[in-house]
Design a protein around this ligand. Structure first.
Ligand code: 3AT
Ligand code: MG
Length: 335
């Protein structure tokens, strides 16, 4: 029902492949950039273990999930097993230590929804956010990275969608639009549904990886090197997939009733999750289930104004993909 194509794809869509692929390639971080990120992580590890020898640092978010475009900030999780620990105290102490080592713009944001220390390393020019014990984010980072290894078209699609979202100003959670993490889940869900399917549902397969974090079980099939041919019956190219992605979110998704769920590989109903009405600030106007924290709707930041903006942007993108003479430029025009 939801994936019924409303339009026939434009006949000259294939001619858009090369320009979309070159946009994708221009967004891939260079080896030099990756090396600088490692260098900064090594410096941070050295400083942190001096004070907390038992602590560990993990990279998470786009610098570790395969969906990081060039010149992104890095996200670091400081993991320490100590039940009595007061997060704010640790963050303030951490900020102190980092400040005295010539790192710049060091700021402890202890009251944020996810408390962090922010900093900029003048040597590599990289900015970094450090959070404490946010191990679910480390797990969802691994899940995304594993999906990315199955079929390169996921990475291509997600880079184009993220680039579009940033250009069009709809990647700003504090303004009621969606996070990069939400857009990547939308891409995974989309490729789990196209016909023939391009991605499997890893959480619906035999469990080869299982950990429990904050009472949430994170278990799925992670031997993804065995799935390299999974999507080969689908020969669609990146231009067709970008077209179909925007067409789906513009005209086919049922915003009133449906929740997209990468966890089940299906669309599930808002009713089954009790996401049919506004509860406090959660309005559930576009529903994207977190694959591990299943009570968490990544669309909950979206309000009655920003949902209009989002849906208009999906329609604009779909129209451009269908009719514009130069979609690779028009799609990414600043808003
Ligand atoms: P950018 O390239 O930085 O835009 P990102 O994937 O790093 O993309 P964020 O910096 O917004 O995205 O978030 C960093 C990571 O934090 C991504 C994901 O592992 C986790 N994360 C973000 N938002 C949520 C959320 N609402 N629920 C659970 N995990 C989240
Ligand atoms: Mg990030």
């Amino acid at each position: 029902r939801n994936f019924k194509r409303q339009f026939e794809c434009r006949s000259d869509i294939e001619r858009l492949n090369a320009p979309f692929l070159s946009i994708y390639e221009s967004l891939i971080p260079t080896e030099e950039e990756k090396a600088k990120q490692k260098q900064l992580l090594t410096l941070l590890e050295k400083l942190v273990t001096k004070e907390w020898p038992e602590a560990q640092l993990y990279l998470y978010g786009s610098c570790a999930n395969s969906f990081g475009v060039s010149k992104s900030d890095i996200d670091v999780c400081f993991a320490i097993e100590n039940a009595d620990l007061n997060k704010s105290d640790v963050l303030l102490k951490l900020a102190d230590i980092l400040q005295s080592d010539n790192l710049q713009n060091v700021q402890a944001l202890t009251r944020a929804r996810v408390p962090i220390v922010k900093l900029m390393d003048p040597v590599t020019g990289i900015s970094c956010d450090i959070c404490i014990n946010n191990l679910l984010a480390v797990e969802n980072t691994k899940l995304l990275r594993d999906y990315a290894q199955i079929d390169v078209r996921l990475q291509q699609l997600a880079f184009i969608v993220k680039h579009w979202a940033k250009s069009r100003g709809v990647n700003e959670t504090y303004q009621g639009t969606l996070s990069s993490y939400a857009y990547v889940l939308m891409c995974i869900h989309f490729l789990q549904h196209c016909k023939p399917v391009i991605l499997p549902c890893l959480q619906g397969m035999e469990r080869t990886y299982a950990v429990t974090v904050d009472n949430v079980e994170c278990a799925y099939f992670d031997q993804v090197e065995k799935l390299r041919d999974f999507g080969c019956r689908n020969r669609e190219s990146i231009a067709q997939l970008v077209w179909a992605f925007f067409n789906y979110w513009a005209y086919c998704h049922d915003y009133t009733n449906d929740v997209i769920s990468v966890r089940t590989g299906r669309i599930i109903s808002k009713r089954s999750k009790d996401w049919t009405r506004r509860i406090r600030n959660d309005r559930h106007l576009i529903c994207i289930e977190d694959p591990f924290e299943t009570s968490h709707d990544l669309g909950r930041v979206v309000d009655k104004y920003s949902i209009k903006v989002l849906r208009e942007e999906f329609k604009r993108a779909a129209e451009i993909m269908q009719y514009d003479s130069d979609p690779c430029v028009t799609l990414f025009e600043p808003y």
